[in-house]
Design a protein around this ligand. Structure first.
Ligand SMILES: Nc1ncnc2c1ncn2[C@@H]1O[C@H](COP(=O)(O)OP(=O)(O)O)[C@@H](O)[C@H]1O
Ligand SMILES: [Mg+2]
Length: 370
């Protein structure tokens, strides 16, 4: 039993089911991020928690009380939307305290709560301004202030940073994380941005097509993705996925892949149970940062394989240089340190950290569990 339980919950619009048997239990103080592509059902699920959408079947509970049918104002939840939804004719201070006023909080208490929140969010100098006189980032802070002042059980955020430019988005992301560390409140946060999901969350629910594909810590999701969808959605550049054949040599399973010139090479798996796949096709998943030059290879890894392959394109990106090549007929990206000497057309000696490699069943696209 969690603090917020989403129990076997389904949502249909007419005859179309858009959320299928969602089961998530959120502990008090957790920062849960719902992430997935546009249209996968993130906002619908959040709105069901808030009470803005009806629950078709299943149950949503907060602190063990069933919320199905409970009015949004009675759920002790605060929501921050992408659009901020500030009242344009009210000052910042009035926007922040309006909800308290509606709840009948006395003026003196409202004033104290407003000052506390304004101090926390560093918006004290803005209290007498109207929303029209604020920047996007300031409006976002006010919207958060309005949510914070109510001291709710659960905060819900729906893509709160999507309207901000890239630099501000990163700053606000840090602000939100700091705020969570300081206040320890329970948060459910929706985003389509996998970096936001990784950096903010204590746990992530990766969604696609109305299904929760995987629920886990950022590390679990990144290192042990449940399937190819999760593997390629989380991480940038995306995980390389290429066909490979399993070959057992000296009793150990290897991935046989095809180099640029059509010759085959063997990369040893760390995952011994893959020997059961001898002679069969799998899909091999290797993240770009696990293909490097020899000097850049992870020193802690016990399984670094060497592979000579031709570089097609190099893309310096400041802190790193991305290198692309052909492997088993696929474009594969490697991430090198920026000082690695690489050029197009070069036959380069790559180091592949096979401890981090994962294998997928090509039929089901599920990861083959160790
Ligand atoms: N009021 C509605 N009526 C019918 N279909 C809807 C309604 N709201 C959302 N949907 C559908 O439900 C699915 C999930 O939408 P949504 O939760 O907004 O996705 P996300 O927030 O992940 O982008 C989409 O296919 C969308 O078209
Ligand atoms: Mg949405």
């Amino acid at each position: 039993m969690g603090f917020l339980d989403i129990d076997n919950t389904t949502k249909s619009y007419g005859s179309v089911e858009v959320l299928h048997n969602v089961d998530i239990s959120v502990e008090e103080g957790e920062f849960l991020v719902l992430v997935g592509p546009s249209g996968c059902g993130k906002s619908t699920l959040l709105n069901m928690i808030a009470g803005l959408e009806e629950i078709t079947s299943g149950e949503i509970r907060i602190k063990d009380s069933v919320m199905n049918g409970v009015h949004p104002s009675k759920r002790n939840i605060a929501m921050v939307f992408q659009s901020y939804a500030l009242y344009p004719n009210m000052t910042v201070g009035q926007n922040i305290t309006f909800g308290l006023e509606m709840h009948g909080t006395p003026k003196a208490d409202r004033e104290i709560a407003m000052r506390d929140v304004a101090k926390l969010l560093q918006i004290e100098p803005l209290l007498d301004r109207k929303p029209g006189q604020l920047s996007g980032g300031q409006r976002q802070r006010v919207a958060m202030g309005r949510a914070l002042v109510r001291n709710p059980d659960v905060f819900l955020f729906d893509e709160p940073l999507s309207n901000l430019d890239a630099k501000l988005r990163v700053d606000m992301r840090t602000e939100i994380k700091k705020l969570h560390q300081k206040l320890g409140t329970t948060i459910v946060y929706v985003t389509h941005d996998q970096i936001e999901a990784m950096t903010l969350s204590t746990r992530i629910a990766v969604m696609n097509g109305g299904y929760v594909q995987q629920l886990g810590t950022p590390q679990e999701i990144y290192d042990s993705p449940a399937n190819i969808f999760v593997a390629t959605f989380m991480g940038s550049p995306a995980m390389n996925v290429l066909p490979a054949k399993v070959r057992v040599e000296d009793g150990l399973p290897h991935a046989e892949i095809i180099l640029h010139d059509g010759s085959a090479t063997l990369l040893p798996f760390s995952q011994e149970n893959l020997a059961a796949w001898e002679g069969k096709e799998i899909l091999l998943g290797i993240r770009p940062e696990t293909i490097t030059d020899s000097d850049g290879a992870d020193r802690k890894s016990k399984n670094i394989a060497q592979m000579i392959n031709r570089i097609v394109v190099t893309e310096p990106a400041g802190s790193d240089t991305f290198v692309s090549m052909q492997l088993s007929g696929k474009d594969v990206i490697a991430r090198m340190r920026s000082d690695a000497e690489v050029r197009p057309g070069q036959d380069f000696n790559f180091a592949v950290n096979m401890e981090k490699a994962v294998a997928f069943d090509p039929q089901t696209e599920a990861r083959i569990q160790p």
